[in-house]
Design a protein around this ligand. Structure first.
Ligand SMILES: Cc1cc2nc3c(=O)[nH]c(=O)nc-3n(C[C@H](O)[C@H](O)[C@H](O)COP(=O)(O)O)c2cc1C
Length: 449
C-alpha cells in the first residue's frame, strides 16, 4: 500500500485510496431494476462456444463462477449478431435454434446466486446484460474477413490483415444489420436477460462508425457528428421503442476515447497530430450519452481504446502479450486515464444516467479502496472488473463480506488470458485457474467440449 501510494504521488496522479468500502455496498435502482451493490463483472469472452454459437461446459462453468461472485451486474460477454460478424469461430451467438441451450448460462449464474443467498441474505440476484456485437474490421468467422466502415491501413496492419481483404460495408449492408440486432435482442429478452448492450467499444463495427470522418458518399460518415452517429442512433432508437421497458434495459458499452488520432479516432482532439496517445476530447462522447439518454438509455459501461492496436490503453498490464512491448507509460497512468475520463463524463451528464467504470484489475487487492473512493465521491456509480473476474470470480463476495480482496487470488495482469485468445484457444486465467487453462496455454487442443 505504501509503495502504491508513493508511486501515485511520484507520478502526480489524482488517485485516492480509502479503507472504508461501504460505498460499494450501496443498492441502486436502474429503471425498475434494483442492484444490491455497486460491483459489476465486465464482459469477458471465453472463446469456447460451439460452431453454432451455443455455450459449452466451459462457458457454463464461467457463468456459474460469475454467479458466485455476488456482484450487482453480470455483463455477459460479446455475442455475435450474425455468423459473418463473429470475432472468432468460437464466439457465442444467439438464435432461434439454440435459445434453450443459450439460456443455460443464465441458469448457471442463477443457481450460484441462489446458493450464495442461502449463505447470506445480502446477496441478491444480479442484473444480467447480454453484449451484442458485430465485429466489423475484426471479424473472423473462420478466416479473417474484415467488414469496415472505412479504410485505414495501420489498423489492418496491427491485426496482420491486408487492406485489400474483406470489404467496406455499404449503407445497405449496414442497414440490414438492424434486423440482426432486433432478432438477438428479441431472443435475449425472451430467454430471461434483463437487458442487452448494443456494443460501441474497442473499435468493433459500431464504435468504428463514430470515427467515420473519411467515409464518403454515405449517410453514415463524414465530418458531422450527426452523420457519424446516425447508424448507431437509428439502431438503438429501434431497439428501445420495440423492446425497452422498466424491466428490460437497452444499454451500451461505449468507448469514450479510442486512443487513435484524428481523423480515425473518436473522443480525441480534432487535430492532425503525431502526438501519441492523442489528447482526449470528450465533447462528442458526452453529447452522444445525452442523446442516447433522451432516446431511453439509462446505463452506460464506459471503456477506452482498441485492444488490437494498443492493448495498454484498454487494459493496463505489467506484462505484455508475448512479442509485444511495454508501453512508455506506467500502468497507473493508464488507470488514471480511465478514472479521470470517467469522472469528466459523469460530471457532464444528467444525474439519472448510470455509469459503470473500467480499469481496476491491475490494482489487485488495492482495487476496492480506489473504487470505493470513486463511488463515494459520485465520480462513477458502479465499478466493473474484467480480468479480476477470470482470476478471482469471488472478488465480489470477498469485498462485500470481508471488506478486502484475497491478495493471493487476484489478477496479476500478465496478459496470458489475451495470449490464449490470440492463439485461438479457449480463454481464462492461466495463473489462478491453472488446472483448466494452463494446459491450453501449453498447447492443449480444444476438445469436444
Ligand atoms: C480475454 C479478454 C476477453 C475480453 N472480452 C471482452 C468482451 O467480450 N467484451 C468487452 O466489451 N470487453 C472484453 N474485454 C475487456 C474487458 O471487459 C475489460 O474492459 C478490460 O479487461 C479492462 O478491465 P480490467 O482491468 O478489469 O481487466 C476482454 C478482455 C480480455 C482480457
Amino acid at each position: 500500500m505504501d509503495q502504491l501510494e508513493k508511486k501515485i504521488k511520484e507520478l502526480k496522479l489524482d488517485l485516492h485510496l480509502i479503507p472504508n468500502v461501504d460505498s460499494l455496498k450501496q443498492p441502486l435502482k436502474i429503471a425498475n431494476l434494483s442492484i444490491s451493490n455497486r460491483l459489476c463483472i465486465h464482459p469477458m469472452e471465453g472463446c469456447d462456444a460451439t460452431a453454432d454459437g451455443s455455450p459449452t461446459r466451459l462457458t457454463k462453468r464461467r457463468y456459474h463462477r460469475f454467479g458466485s461472485s455476488g456482484v450487482g451486474i453480470i455483463w455477459y460477454e460479446s455475442t455475435a449478431i450474425n455468423p459473418q460478424g463473429r470475432s472468432n469461430p468460437f464466439q457465442l451467438m444467439l438464435n432461434e435454434e439454440n435459445k434453450n441451450a443459450f439460456q443455460d448460462i443464465i441458469k448457471e449464474a442463477e443457481k450460484a446466486e441462489e446458493q450464495l443467498n442461502k449463505i447470506n441474505g445480502i446477496f441478491k440476484k444480479s442484473i444480467k446484460i447480454l453484449q451484442l456485437k458485430h465485429s466489423g474490421r475484426y471479424s473472423r468467422p473462420g478466416k479473417k474477413f474484415p467488414q469496415r466502415m472505412y479504410s485505414y491501413e495501420p489498423l489492418d496492419k496491427a491485426y496482420h490483415q491486408s487492406i485489400s481483404d474483406g470489404k467496406i460495408f455499404s449503407d445497405n449492408d449496414l442497414e440490414e444489420l438492424e434486423t440482426d440486432f432486433r432478432e438477438s435482442t428479441r431472443l435475449a429478452k425472451e430467454i430471461g436477460f434483463d437487458g442487452v448492450d448494443i456494443k460501441i467499444c474497442h473499435r468493433y463495427l459500431l464504435n468504428e462508425s463514430l470515427s467515420a470522418f473519411s467515409r464518403e458518399n454515405s449517410k453514415y460518415g463524414g465530418d458531422l457528428y450527426e452523420e457519424r452517429t446516425r447508424l448507431l442512433k437509428n439502431i438503438i432508437e429501434k431497439m428501445v421503442s420495440q423492446f425497452s421497458s422498466n424491466k428490460f434495459l437497452i444499454c451500451s458499452r461505449m468507448n469514450i476515447y479510442d486512443g487513435i488520432s484524428y481523423p480515425y479516432g473518436w473522443g480525441v482532439e480534432k487535430k492532425i497530430t503525431e502526438k501519441y496517445p492523442p489528447i482526449p476530447d470528450l465533447s462528442e462522447p458526452i453529447q452522444l450519452i445525452k442523446d442516447l439518454h433522451e432516446i431511453g438509455v439509462d446505463l452506460f459501461n464506459l471503456t477506452l481504446g482498441n485492444p488490437y492496436f494498443d492493448s495498454s490503453i484498454s487494459r493496463p498490464f505489467d506484462q505484455p502479450v508475448q512479442g509485444e512491448n511495454l508501453p512508455d507509460e506506467h500502468p497507473l497512468q493508464g488507470i488514471f486515464r480511465f478514472i479521470n475520463l470517467t469522472r469528466k463524463i459523469k460530471s457532464a451528464i444528467p444525474s439519472d444516467v448510470n455509469i459503470i467504470g473500467t480499469g481496476y484489475s491491475w490494482l489487485r487487492e488495492y482495487s476496492p479502496f480506489v473504487a470505493a473512493y470513486e463511488v463515494s465521491k459520485g465520480n462513477v456509480d458502479i465499478v466493473g472488473f474484467g480480468r479480476m473476474a477470470f482470476a478471482n470470480p469471488e472478488f465480489g463476495k470477498q469485498i462485500l463480506l470481508n471488506n478486502e480482496l484475497n491478495a493471493s487470488k487476484c489478477c496479476i495482469s500478465c496478459s496470458k488470458c489475451t495470449e490464449l485468445m490470440r492463439k485461438g484457444a479457449v480463454t481464462g486465467c492461466v495463473i489462478r485457474d491453472s488446472e483448466i487453462y494452463l494446459p491450453y496455454y501449453k498447447g492443449k487442443q480444444r476438445e469436444n467440449m
